[in-house]
Design a binder for this molecule. Structure first.
Ligand code: SME
Length: 166
C-alpha cells in the first residue's frame, strides 16, 4: 500500500520536494507508460489539495487523446492548438490559467473547474509525448511555485518511461 499523504500545510517548495520523492519511489523499476501514468495521476490527485481532475492527454496520430486520470469522465480527443491542453502541446510551454472563464478557448469537461495548469511532456530528444493536466474547483489555485514543482514532477514521469534517458 502506498501512502500518498503529505501535510498540506507545508510551504509549497517542501510539499513538492516530498511529492517528487514519493513519485520517484512509486515509479521506480517500471517503465510502462499506462501503468506509470495511472499511478502518477492517482498520487497527484490524492496528495494535492483542491483538485477536481488530474491526468494525462497523450499525443497519438497528431492529436491529444485522454490517458489515465482521476476525476470525472473527460473529453477524449483535443486537437493541437485547441483549449488549454492543445495550447500547451502546440507551444510546448506550461499553461497556467488562473480563471478558465477568461481563457477564450477553454474546453469545459467538468463545470466545477475554475483554474488549471497544463504541463507539456517533452522527452530529452525534444519530442512531445502529451500533457499533464490539473484542474481545480478554486480560482487561481496554481501559482509559480506550483508550476516549478509540477514541471519537476512531469520530468520524473517522462524519465520513468523514456528509454533514451537511461
Ligand atoms: N480543460 C482542458 C480540457 C481537458 S479537461 O479539463 C480534463 C482544456 O481546455 O484543454
Amino acid at each position: 500500500m502506498f501512502d500518498a499523504t503529505i501535510a498540506t500545510d507545508l510551504p509549497k517548495p517542501a510539499f513538492y520536494a516530498e511529492l517528487e520523492q514519493q513519485a520517484r519511489a512509486l515509479l521506480a523499476g517500471e517503465s510502462n507508460q499506462v501503468a506509470n501514468a495511472a499511478n502518477f495521476s492517482a498520487l497527484l490527485y490524492h496528495a494535492m489539495p483542491l483538485l477536481n481532475w488530474a491526468g494525462f492527454y497523450f499525443l497519438i496520430d497528431g492529436e491529444l487523446v485522454v490517458g489515465p486520470f482521476q476525476g470525472k469522465p473527460a473529453c477524449v480527443r483535443i486537437a493541437i492548438g485547441r483549449g488549454v491542453c492543445g495550447t500547451a502541446a502546440a507551444t510546448k510551454q506550461t499553461q497556467l490559467v488562473p480563471d478558465v472563464h477568461a481563457f477564450a478557448d477553454h474546453i469545459a469537461c467538468d463545470a466545477a473547474s475554475q483554474s488549471e495548469i497544463v504541463i507539456p511532456l517533452i522527452t530529452r530528444a525534444g519530442e512531445l509525448l502529451g500533457v499533464l493536466d490539473l484542474d481545480s474547483p478554486v480560482p487561481a489555485r496554481f501559482d509559480e511555485e506550483d508550476r516549478k514543482g509540477l514541471e519537476a514532477l512531469a520530468r520524473v514521469f517522462v524519465e520513468s518511461i523514456d528509454g533514451s534517458l537511461r
